[in-house]
Design a protein around this ligand. Structure first.
Ligand code: C5J
Length: 221
Protein backbone atom coordinates (compact mmCIF):
# COMPACT_ATOMS: atom_id res chain seq x y z
CA UNK A 1 0.00 0.00 0.00
CA UNK A 2 1.30 3.44 -0.99
CA UNK A 3 0.09 6.30 1.19
CA UNK A 4 0.47 9.41 -0.92
CA UNK A 5 0.50 12.89 0.61
CA UNK A 6 -2.21 14.60 -1.43
CA UNK A 7 -4.88 17.30 -1.46
CA UNK A 8 -7.20 17.40 0.44
CA UNK A 9 -5.80 14.46 2.44
CA UNK A 10 -3.81 11.23 2.06
CA UNK A 11 -4.53 9.04 -1.00
CA UNK A 12 -3.86 5.36 -0.25
CA UNK A 13 -3.54 3.04 -3.23
CA UNK A 14 -2.17 -0.36 -4.19
CA UNK A 15 -0.25 -0.41 -7.46
CA UNK A 16 -1.77 -3.75 -8.46
CA UNK A 17 -5.26 -2.20 -8.34
CA UNK A 18 -4.41 1.18 -9.85
CA UNK A 19 -4.06 2.30 -13.47
CA UNK A 20 -2.20 5.37 -14.68
CA UNK A 21 -4.56 7.07 -17.16
CA UNK A 22 -3.01 9.42 -19.70
CA UNK A 23 -5.73 11.39 -21.41
CA UNK A 24 -5.42 12.48 -25.06
CA UNK A 25 -1.73 13.41 -25.27
CA UNK A 26 -2.23 13.50 -29.04
CA UNK A 27 -0.68 15.59 -31.77
CA UNK A 28 -4.18 17.05 -32.37
CA UNK A 29 -4.00 18.82 -29.00
CA UNK A 30 -0.28 19.35 -28.40
CA UNK A 31 1.15 20.22 -31.83
CA UNK A 32 0.52 23.17 -34.12
CA UNK A 33 -1.98 22.46 -36.92
CA UNK A 34 -4.21 20.14 -34.89
CA UNK A 35 -7.67 20.38 -33.37
CA UNK A 36 -6.52 22.47 -30.40
CA UNK A 37 -4.88 25.12 -32.52
CA UNK A 38 -7.79 25.29 -34.98
CA UNK A 39 -9.91 26.35 -32.01
CA UNK A 40 -7.59 29.32 -31.56
CA UNK A 41 -5.49 27.96 -28.70
CA UNK A 42 -1.78 28.33 -27.89
CA UNK A 43 -0.52 24.75 -27.81
CA UNK A 44 2.83 25.60 -26.20
CA UNK A 45 1.14 25.56 -22.78
CA UNK A 46 0.34 21.87 -23.31
CA UNK A 47 3.75 21.02 -24.73
CA UNK A 48 5.34 22.25 -21.51
CA UNK A 49 4.01 19.32 -19.44
CA UNK A 50 5.36 16.59 -21.73
CA UNK A 51 8.63 16.03 -19.78
CA UNK A 52 6.70 15.80 -16.50
CA UNK A 53 4.20 13.33 -17.92
CA UNK A 54 7.11 11.29 -19.26
CA UNK A 55 8.87 11.25 -15.87
CA UNK A 56 5.76 9.95 -14.11
CA UNK A 57 5.14 7.43 -16.89
CA UNK A 58 8.72 6.16 -16.62
CA UNK A 59 8.45 5.78 -12.83
CA UNK A 60 5.06 4.07 -13.15
CA UNK A 61 6.39 1.66 -15.78
CA UNK A 62 9.48 0.90 -13.70
CA UNK A 63 7.25 0.13 -10.70
CA UNK A 64 5.26 -2.31 -12.86
CA UNK A 65 1.93 -0.45 -12.88
CA UNK A 66 -0.72 -0.69 -15.57
CA UNK A 67 -1.06 2.17 -18.07
CA UNK A 68 -4.10 3.28 -20.06
CA UNK A 69 -3.72 5.83 -22.88
CA UNK A 70 -6.81 7.43 -24.38
CA UNK A 71 -7.24 9.19 -27.72
CA UNK A 72 -10.14 11.43 -28.61
CA UNK A 73 -10.95 9.86 -31.95
CA UNK A 74 -13.87 9.44 -34.32
CA UNK A 75 -14.60 6.82 -36.95
CA UNK A 76 -13.74 7.98 -40.50
CA UNK A 77 -17.46 8.10 -41.40
CA UNK A 78 -18.08 10.26 -38.28
CA UNK A 79 -20.93 7.94 -37.28
CA UNK A 80 -19.83 8.40 -33.66
CA UNK A 81 -19.63 12.20 -33.86
CA UNK A 82 -23.02 13.77 -33.24
CA UNK A 83 -23.77 17.02 -35.09
CA UNK A 84 -23.97 18.69 -31.68
CA UNK A 85 -20.21 18.07 -31.39
CA UNK A 86 -19.16 18.51 -35.03
CA UNK A 87 -20.97 21.79 -35.62
CA UNK A 88 -19.50 23.59 -32.62
CA UNK A 89 -16.00 24.98 -32.37
CA UNK A 90 -14.00 26.53 -35.19
CA UNK A 91 -16.21 27.51 -38.17
CA UNK A 92 -13.36 27.00 -40.66
CA UNK A 93 -11.90 23.59 -39.75
CA UNK A 94 -14.22 21.13 -38.03
CA UNK A 95 -13.90 17.54 -36.81
CA UNK A 96 -13.50 15.36 -39.91
CA UNK A 97 -12.15 18.17 -42.10
CA UNK A 98 -8.64 17.87 -43.52
CA UNK A 99 -5.99 19.94 -41.76
CA UNK A 100 -2.18 20.01 -41.87
CA UNK A 101 -1.99 16.68 -39.93
CA UNK A 102 -4.81 14.90 -41.75
CA UNK A 103 -8.48 14.77 -40.83
CA UNK A 104 -9.16 16.48 -37.53
CA UNK A 105 -9.82 14.05 -34.62
CA UNK A 106 -10.28 11.07 -36.95
CA UNK A 107 -8.85 7.69 -35.93
CA UNK A 108 -5.75 6.63 -37.85
CA UNK A 109 -4.84 10.14 -39.07
CA UNK A 110 -1.34 11.47 -38.28
CA UNK A 111 -2.69 14.19 -36.00
CA UNK A 112 -4.71 11.67 -34.01
CA UNK A 113 -1.65 9.76 -32.81
CA UNK A 114 -0.21 10.02 -29.33
CA UNK A 115 2.91 12.21 -29.39
CA UNK A 116 6.12 10.19 -29.89
CA UNK A 117 7.57 11.17 -26.49
CA UNK A 118 4.68 9.35 -24.77
CA UNK A 119 4.15 6.55 -27.27
CA UNK A 120 2.40 3.54 -25.73
CA UNK A 121 4.44 0.41 -25.22
CA UNK A 122 3.27 -3.11 -26.07
CA UNK A 123 0.96 -4.35 -23.33
CA UNK A 124 -0.32 -0.88 -22.41
CA UNK A 125 -3.98 -0.20 -23.08
CA UNK A 126 -4.82 2.32 -25.83
CA UNK A 127 -8.50 3.23 -26.12
CA UNK A 128 -10.18 5.54 -28.64
CA UNK A 129 -13.03 7.52 -27.15
CA UNK A 130 -15.59 9.54 -29.11
CA UNK A 131 -16.55 11.69 -26.15
CA UNK A 132 -14.78 14.02 -23.78
CA UNK A 133 -15.24 11.51 -20.96
CA UNK A 134 -13.47 8.17 -21.34
CA UNK A 135 -16.44 6.00 -20.36
CA UNK A 136 -18.81 7.37 -23.03
CA UNK A 137 -19.05 4.89 -25.92
CA UNK A 138 -16.11 2.74 -24.76
CA UNK A 139 -15.53 -0.57 -22.97
CA UNK A 140 -13.12 1.01 -20.47
CA UNK A 141 -15.23 0.25 -17.40
CA UNK A 142 -15.42 -3.46 -18.25
CA UNK A 143 -11.70 -3.53 -19.06
CA UNK A 144 -10.70 -1.94 -15.74
CA UNK A 145 -13.05 -4.04 -13.63
CA UNK A 146 -11.96 -7.27 -15.28
CA UNK A 147 -8.39 -6.45 -14.20
CA UNK A 148 -9.37 -5.54 -10.64
CA UNK A 149 -8.64 -1.84 -11.05
CA UNK A 150 -10.29 0.32 -8.37
CA UNK A 151 -8.02 3.38 -8.37
CA UNK A 152 -7.09 5.72 -11.25
CA UNK A 153 -4.26 8.26 -11.42
CA UNK A 154 -4.89 10.84 -14.16
CA UNK A 155 -2.62 12.96 -16.32
CA UNK A 156 -3.10 14.53 -19.75
CA UNK A 157 -5.08 17.24 -21.50
CA UNK A 158 -7.06 19.29 -21.18
CA UNK A 159 -7.62 19.61 -17.45
CA UNK A 160 -11.12 21.06 -17.55
CA UNK A 161 -12.42 19.11 -20.54
CA UNK A 162 -11.37 15.48 -21.06
CA UNK A 163 -9.42 14.99 -17.82
CA UNK A 164 -12.11 16.45 -15.61
CA UNK A 165 -14.97 14.74 -17.46
CA UNK A 166 -13.22 11.36 -17.28
CA UNK A 167 -12.43 11.79 -13.59
CA UNK A 168 -16.01 12.72 -12.79
CA UNK A 169 -17.33 9.75 -14.78
CA UNK A 170 -14.88 7.47 -12.95
CA UNK A 171 -15.80 8.85 -9.54
CA UNK A 172 -19.47 8.20 -10.21
CA UNK A 173 -18.58 4.61 -11.11
CA UNK A 174 -16.85 4.10 -7.78
CA UNK A 175 -13.18 4.53 -8.71
CA UNK A 176 -10.90 6.45 -6.32
CA UNK A 177 -9.21 9.04 -8.53
CA UNK A 178 -6.20 11.31 -8.23
CA UNK A 179 -4.98 13.89 -10.75
CA UNK A 180 -1.29 14.76 -11.02
CA UNK A 181 -1.26 18.54 -10.67
CA UNK A 182 1.68 19.28 -12.99
CA UNK A 183 0.89 16.32 -15.27
CA UNK A 184 -2.18 18.02 -16.69
CA UNK A 185 -2.67 21.32 -18.48
CA UNK A 186 -5.23 23.59 -20.05
CA UNK A 187 -5.04 26.21 -22.78
CA UNK A 188 -6.50 28.49 -20.07
CA UNK A 189 -4.43 28.64 -16.85
CA UNK A 190 -7.37 29.91 -14.83
CA UNK A 191 -9.48 26.92 -15.93
CA UNK A 192 -6.80 24.52 -14.70
CA UNK A 193 -6.59 26.21 -11.30
CA UNK A 194 -10.36 26.24 -10.91
CA UNK A 195 -10.70 22.61 -12.01
CA UNK A 196 -8.15 21.29 -9.52
CA UNK A 197 -9.90 23.25 -6.78
CA UNK A 198 -13.35 21.94 -7.81
CA UNK A 199 -12.28 18.31 -8.01
CA UNK A 200 -10.67 18.20 -4.58
CA UNK A 201 -13.05 20.51 -2.68
CA UNK A 202 -15.69 19.39 -0.19
CA UNK A 203 -13.65 16.47 1.13
CA UNK A 204 -12.40 15.15 -2.25
CA UNK A 205 -15.88 15.29 -3.78
CA UNK A 206 -14.47 14.04 -7.10
CA UNK A 207 -11.00 12.99 -5.95
CA UNK A 208 -7.49 13.92 -4.92
CA UNK A 209 -4.54 15.81 -6.43
CA UNK A 210 -0.79 15.63 -5.84
CA UNK A 211 2.35 16.96 -7.51
CA UNK A 212 4.38 14.65 -9.75
CA UNK A 213 7.41 14.83 -7.46
CA UNK A 214 5.43 13.33 -4.57
CA UNK A 215 4.11 10.51 -6.75
CA UNK A 216 7.51 9.72 -8.27
CA UNK A 217 9.16 9.71 -4.82
CA UNK A 218 6.51 7.28 -3.55
CA UNK A 219 6.88 5.00 -6.57
CA UNK A 220 10.65 4.85 -6.33
CA UNK A 221 10.89 4.55 -2.51
C1 C5J B 1 -10.91 18.87 -25.85
C2 C5J B 1 -9.71 17.17 -24.61
N1 C5J B 1 -10.46 19.86 -25.10
N2 C5J B 1 -8.96 16.11 -24.79
N3 C5J B 1 -10.48 17.58 -25.66
O1 C5J B 1 -11.70 19.08 -26.74
O2 C5J B 1 -9.68 17.79 -23.57
Amino acid sequence: MIRLAATPFEYPFELAHTALVIIDMQRDFVEPGGFGETLGNDVTRLQAIVPTVRRVLDAWRAAGGRVLHTREAHAPDLSDCPPAKRLRGAPTLRIGDTGPMGRILVAGEPGNQIIPELAPRPGEWVIDKPGKGMFCGTQIDALLRSHGISHLVFMGVTTEVCVQTSMREANDRGYDCLVVEDGTESYFPEFKTATLAMLTAQGAIVGWSAPSATLIAALTA
